[in-house]
Design a protein around this ligand. Structure first.
Ligand code: NAD
Length: 465
């Protein structure tokens, strides 16, 4: 069905015959073509979502939970196909494609089915009854790096809240969104509740962001595009939620378990070929542990085997596109810090958009390497002398999405509290799909996941009695 769009509960022909090629970044081969949607397609999808809104919003939340539960079932039966599709369209190694890229969005969908099945009791404030109502029609615009997870964080929460959705996935990785639309169809979601329009950002994304009948734009992607979306929504004062870039710090204090901190830190920075918004791309290490940490980080990163995402032994796939590879290598070539492994001349497979795992030491905290989001397998190591200095360096960023701190518990917790970011993991604390996820500063506005993510898609009404 990748020749069609999913609008109003049907697979429909797009308004234009123009298509967008989808490439396998590991082989550079074209694997599919999808419609290059237009503003006409967006109008049609928004009208379908608007027509479906009153009925969907009017259902009790527990009834919507039933639909989400069925959607979870229909998507779960496709889990293997989803992982393969993500491996093909964005190059994630199979283990990551299945455990993280597929397992996580299924867990998120499950969590919203469960949340919706047990709605919070009505709140009263004095003589007021406080009720939560869906925001309305949501335009969801998503990136390519976690192509189902970024979609699910929006769609599951929006549907649970009672919103209807028009999804525009990244033009680089649109195929997995088709599997979601198929599952939504099979699950019997009422017509128009979920709609899919593929296309480019400047055409379909811009039409959605600026559409007068879209009540909320939920965007995940780069800070530059997030700025554009904010402007586009400002004229009609539409609600906007933005999940944007990051440049997160992994702070290794003088009393940390340095082996664990470095190994997990390198793994975090390189996950998904470094194409993770929350990646700990700056490793801050106390002087006392610095030389040991640099040597261990170089050795660990060099051990990440690069190659075919479908080969069981591969730990690093390609980056998503030729343009992304050129961008990442640009940062590596311009860097003036000490290269300790990888670099622009390190061997990589001849075909495919591969970048060798690369580690720089003695990085100047205000240099391009330490300030810009590279979005590739590149780690910068920075020394510090005191906890205060570590906090200053970590917070010396226009981003504030995530971070890590390693050290004795109380001290690490104290440093974690001082970081200006939406999330911090202390001593390797595990990712929690129910905890609020989002950024400070230019990493975004709003929160996804769990009950905080649900609230993003709700209006609050006070009824006085
Ligand atoms: P991008 O901003 O280029 O594109 C994201 C989406 O926006 C795509 O669907 C694209 O087609 C669309 N788009 C592009 N131009 C547009 C326009 N003018 N109007 C409307 N829509 C437009 O980002 P990307 O390259 O796909 O993704 C990488 C970025 O996403 C990184 O910066 C990364 O940090 C960020 N990201 C953030 C999070 C988070 O949760 N904070 C998660 C994943 C990725």
């Amino acid at each position: 069905m990748t020749s069609h769009l999913y609008i109003g509960g049907k697979w429909v022909a797009p308004a234009s015959t123009d298509t967008i090629p989808v490439e396998n970044p590991a082989t550079e081969e074209e694997i599919a073509r999808v419609p290059s949607g237009t503003a006409t397609d967006v109008d049609r999808a928004v009208a379908a979502a608007r027509a479906a809104f009153d009925g969907w919003a009017g259902l009790p939340m527990v009834s919507r939970a039933g639909f989400l539960d069925r959607l979870h079932g229909c998507l779960s039966t496709r889990a293997e196909k989803i992982a393969r599709t993500i491996g093909l369209e964005m190059g994630a190694p199979l283990k990551i494609a299945s455990r993280v890229q597929t397992g996580l969005p299924l867990a998120v969908l499950r969590s919203y089915a469960d949340l919706a099945a047990r709605p919070a009791p009505a709140e009263t404030v004095g003589n007021s009854l406080v009720v939560h109502e869906p925001v309305g029609v949501v335009g969801a615009i998503t990136p390519w790096n976690y192509p189902l997870q970024q979609v699910m964080a929006k769609v599951a929460a929006a549907l649970a809240a009672g919103c209807t959705v028009v999804l525009k996935p990244s033009e680089l990785t649109p195929l997995v969104a088709y599997l979601l639309a198929e599952a939504a169809d099979e699950a019997g979601l009422p017509a128009g509740v979920f709609n899919l329009v593929t296309g480019t950002g400047p055409v379909v994304g811009a039409a959605l962001a600026g559409h007068p009948d879209v009540d909320m734009v939920s965007f995940t992607g780069s800070t530059a595009t997030g700025r554009f979306i904010s402007h586009a929504a400002a004229d009609r004062i539409a609600r906007v939620s933005l999940e944007l870039g990051g440049k997160s710090a992994n702070v290794i204090l003088s009393d940390a378990d340095v082996t664990k901190a470095v190994k997990i830190g390198v793994g975090n920075a390189l996950l998904n070929s470094g194409q993770t918004c929350t990646a700990w791309t700056r490793m801050l290490v106390h002087h006392d542990l610095y030389d040991e940490a640099v040597a261990l980080a170089a050795k660990t990163a060099a051990g990440y085997s690069l190659g075919d995402p479908f080969d069981e032994s591969t730990r690093l796939g390609p980056v998503v596109s030729a343009a992304q590879r050129a961008r990442v290598l640009g940062f590596v070539e311009r860097a003036t810090a000490r290269l300790v492994t990888g670099g622009p001349d390190a061997p990589v497979p001849a075909v495919g958009h591969f970048v060798a795992p690369t580690v720089f030491a003695d990085v100047d905290p205000s240099s391009e390497l330490a300030q810009e989001e590279i979005f590739g397998p590149v780690l910068s190591i920075i020394p510090f002398g005191s906890d205060d200095e570590a906090v200053d360096i970590a917070n010396n960023s226009r981003y504030g999405l995530a971070g890590g701190v390693w050290g004795s518990d109380e001290r690490a917790l104290a440093v974690a509290r001082r970081l200006r970011t939406g999330a911090v993991d202390v001593n390797g604390g595990a990712f929690n799909p129910l905890a609020p996820f989002g950024g400070y500063k230019q990493s975004g506005i709003g929160r996804e996941l769990g009950s905080h993510g649900l609230a993003e898609f709700q209006q609050v009404k006070a009824i006085q009695r």
